[in-house]
Design a protein around this ligand. Structure first.
Ligand code: PEP
Ligand code: MN
Length: 338
């Protein structure tokens, strides 16, 4: 971190600044100029917020040289991380993972039918929400425990590991027991209390990007989970809010190479929530694989018009299978298996 102070900063203030950072375990190098003084801070500056440094009225400018995250940072962990999700490896070098299933779990028989269909179409994990973060309190809120048990049954029948969203710390034990990959939804990406609790779990986590969050904020949320001791985090780009209304969200595909450069974590893309429209899911899935995504999360329903949530963005099983077939061609073209 590099800090510069204003012209005329008294010596006592300069000494105080140096002393303050040295007491925090940092080594401080002072470069004296005729008008300005520049401080170079070396050491772990992750605890220091630029805004706090700027609270000192003598400070003119603060520049962070290194990223504020450590555990997720590729700098300290150059190799790609491969996360094991219920026996399926997800990450660079592993086959591109395919998480598919309905938005909401709609009962045991339906879940088992969907599991068979998505498996036939190429899914390697089964998704389904049992606790749903709905914009309206009057919309279907999910089947809860009954939904989790329906997913367990579908896993027994197909062997597909299950992915489901955790919304509340109160359900951690249930998820620890039954779910293979714990999804933290976009709306909870900055629920720091929940992130800390998930950091204590033994199950891997699929951390979706918040609706209006920067890449750095998203990585800081991964850092929360990792700082708690759970290093098995997969990031999921699912579109962000922009001025554009033609699609539900705007898929930020460039986040894939950006996040891969900054972190060693696997990155998955969800073209369903990103576009909100089944017509665009296939092209964005193909594009995500081309961009280097380590996996896809796609909503699939046998009868989208009657789906209990997100029907408009669900692919029918045939279209899903066709989408995965095309994605495999792209994966092969860039030297990946799928
Ligand atoms: C979901 O996967 O069903 C979901 C609600 O996604 P997101 O949190 O990305 O909106
Ligand atoms: Mn959904």
């Amino acid at each position: 971190m590099i800090i510069s102070t204003k012209k005329g900063t008294p010596q006592a203030e300069i000494d105080r600044i140096i002393d303050n950072f040295e007491r925090q375990g940092l080594s401080v190098t002072l470069i004296r100029g005729t008008d300005y003084n520049v401080f170079g801070l070396v050491g772990d500056t992750t605890r220091i917020a630029e805004k706090d440094v700027l609270a000192n009225p003598w400070v003119e400018n603060v520049t962070r040289v290194s990223a504020p995250y450590k555990r997720a940072n590729r700098l300290f962990h150059p190799e790609d991380t491969v996360v094991n999700a219920g026996g399926v490896p997800i990450g660079a070098g592993a086959p591109v993972a395919v998480m598919a299933g309905p938005c909401s779990v709609e009962g045991e028989a339906h879940m088992c039918q969907m599991a068979r269909l998505v498996k036939q179409g190429g899914a390697t994990l089964l998704r389904g929400g049992a606790y749903k973060p709905r914009t309206s309190p009057y919309s279907f809120q999910g089947l809860g425990t009954e939904g989790i048990l329906a997913l367990v049954k579908a896993r027994e029948e197909t062997g597909l590991p299950i992915v489901s969203e955790l919304m509340d710390e109160a359900h951690i034990e249930e998820f620890e027991r039954y779910v293979d990959l714990v999804q933290i939804g976009a709306r909870n990406m900055q629920n720091f209390q929940l992130l800390k609790a998930v950091g204590k779990m033994t199950k891997p986590v699929l951390l979706k990007r918040g609706l209006a969050n920067t890449v750095e904020e998203w990585i800081m949320s991964a850092e929360y989970i990792m700082a708690g001791g759970n290093e098995n985090v997969i990031l999921c780009e699912r579109g962000i809010r922009t001025f554009e209304t033609a699609t539900r969200n705007t898929l930020d595909l460039s986040a894939v190479p950006v996040v891969k450069e900054k972190t060693h974590l696997p990155v998955v893309v969800d073209p369903s929530h990103a576009t909100g429209d089944y017509k665009y899911v296939e092209s964005m899935a193909i594009a995500a694989v081309a961009a280097g995504a380590d996996g896809l999360e796609i909503e699939v329903h046998n009868d989208p018009q009657c789906a209990w949530s997100d029907g408009a963005q669900c692919l029918k099983p045939d279209r899903f299978a066709e989408t995965i077939r095309k994605c495999r061609l792209v994966a092969a073209a860039i030297g990946r298996t799928m």
